[in-house]
Each structure stands twice: as structure tokens, then as C-alpha cells.
Design a protein around this ligand. Structure first.
Ligand code: MN
Length: 257
């Protein structure tokens, strides 16, 4: 079906809305930051928000209708998924969301669906493929590291990242240094087999990961929130465009099969 725009699944979170209507709290909502969804639309994809309440059992059905998967940011992953006990500094976790997204990522990997992971999404990719995480940068990596939890507006850069020459990321952003925002207290610890580092911050923290063979399996994870920096520079929009392009190629192969 030449010409149809690729369908990109965008993961969402669950959020309690305490606003009261008729004396009662509104309750739980499925929530996706519109920046991710708009980033997909601008890049020429058709976004579908994937609700965690569908459950891991729905993952196969959902991924069968996708050409691309965008794993969005959010809460910390349950450390049991990478074989660790929770440290006191671990943040809020949403086990229901973890189970759902791990199932989605596995299904997408099995089919060769291009995956773009942002922040938590990058960390989840690393864990699904067998890597581990620092549960808390300040307490585990000490004072020598940069501030990765900025208090300034989300479209403003907080630090630079050094992009590895020859990387998938480098080909997309077209430069060796990118100024990025930073809203994470966790980071990739042991890199999963099959992945390589795409960028690091000057303190050595891994800021991007990607598949060793992006031509065969397009997987890219970035630690910064590019969706919030789309107006700050073309290199941030280019990430969404590259993902949608990879999804279009996947859709073409799927149609031909
Ligand atoms: Mn950072």
C-alpha cells in the first residue's frame, strides 16, 4: 500500500487526576504528553496512543498493527526487571506500565519494527535487551557527574552530549555535539548485548544507545527529551523524522511480504 503514512504507537502513562467534580475526584487517566504525539505527526507518521490498561496480553495484537513504536518517558522501571533490589533512592514505579511496555518492546523487536525510546523508553529498551540501569545517578555515580535533573524549562538545553562518529545517531543529527535537556535521575549501567553507545555526556553518562546493525534492526534510544526541543533545533526534529522514515521502510517490506 504505497503512500499510506506509517502508524506509530506511542506509549502512555496512567495518572491520577485529583480534581473534584460533584465532590468526587475525577480518577485515573491514560495520559500521553502531546509533544511526543505532535512530533510523530510533524514527521509524517500517524500516531496511536497505546494505553497500559490494555495489558501485556494485548501487546501482540497491538504491535501487529504498528509500523513503528515510540517508547515515551516517565516513571522509573521496577529494578526486578534487571535483577536488582530497589534502592531507597528509586523513584515512583508503575508495574502495570512496565509489564505492558516490555511486552510491546519484545513484540516489536521480534517483528523488526523500528523502535525509538526516549528517556525511560531508552532505559526500558536496554533492560528488555538484557542490560541494567543505575537506579539513581547522584547516589550511585557521586558528585562528579553533571546535573541531569534540570529545573529550567524543558526546551532549554542543560548539557551537551558527544555523539559517536559513525553512529546511527550521528547520521541523523549530522553533528558531533548536541545540546540537550536533561530530566533523568537514572541511566544505563551495563549496556545490553546487541546495542552500542550512540552518545555520552562529558561526565561519561550514556545518553544514547542504538542497535549494532541499524540497517537490519532499527533501534534508537536517547536519554534527553527531544520531543520538547523540536523548536530548539532541526537535530531534535530529525530524530522523529528518522524514526518515521524507518517505519515507512518497514511498512513497505511488510506490504511486499
Ligand atoms: Mn542527561
Amino acid at each position: 500500500m504505497e503512500g499510506l503514512a506509517p502508524v506509530i504507537g506511542v506509549t502512555a502513562t496512567l495518572k491520577e487526576d485529583t480534581e473534584r467534580v460533584a465532590e468526587r475526584p475525577l480518577g485515573r487517566f491514560v495520559r500521553a504528553d502531546a509533544d511526543y504525539v505532535e512530533g510523530v505527526v510533524e514527521a509524517g507518521g500517524v500516531p496511536v496512543v497505546l494505553a497500559p490498561v490494555a495489558g501485556p496480553g494485548a501487546a501482540e495484537t497491538l504491535v501487529s498493527g504498528l509500523d513503528g513504536l515510540l517508547l515515551s518517558g516517565g516513571s522509573d522501571l521496577e529494578p526486578s526487571h534487571y535483577g536488582e533490589e530497589a534502592l531507597p533512592e528509586l523513584g515512583v514505579t508503575l508495574p502495570e506500565r512496565d509489564e505492558f511496555e516490555i511486552a510491546l518492546a519484545r513484540g516489536a523487536l521480534r517483528r523488526g519494527i523500528p523502535i525509538f525510546g526516549i528517556c525511560r523508553g531508552m532505559q526500558l529498551l536496554n533492560v528488555v535487551l538484557g542490560g541494567t540501569l543505575y537506579q539513581d545517578i547522584p547516589s550511585q555515580l557521586g558528585r562528579g557527574v553533571l546535573g541531569h535533573r534540570q529545573r529550567t524549562p524543558k526546551w532549554q538545553p542543560a548539557h551537551e552530549v558527544e555523539v559517536l562518529p559513525g553512529s546511527l545517531l550521528g547520521g541523523i543529527v549530522g553533528r558531533g555535539v548536541v545540546k540537550v535537556n536533561s530530566y533523568h535521575h537514572q541511566a544505563v549501567k551495563e549496556l545490553a548485548p546487541g546495542l552500542v553507545v550512540g552518545a555520552r555526556s562529558p561526565d561519561g553518562v550514556i545518553e544514547a544507545i542504538e542497535s549494532r546493525e541499524p540497517g537490519e534492526r532499527w533501534v534508537l534510544g536517547i536519554q534527553w527529551h527531544a520531543e520538547a526541543m523540536r523548536a530548539a533545533g532541526p537535530e531534535h526534529r530529525a530524530l522523529f523524522e528518522a524514526h518515521v522514515s524507518a517505519a515507512r521502510r518497514y511498512a513497505g517490506r511488510r506490504a511486499a511480504a
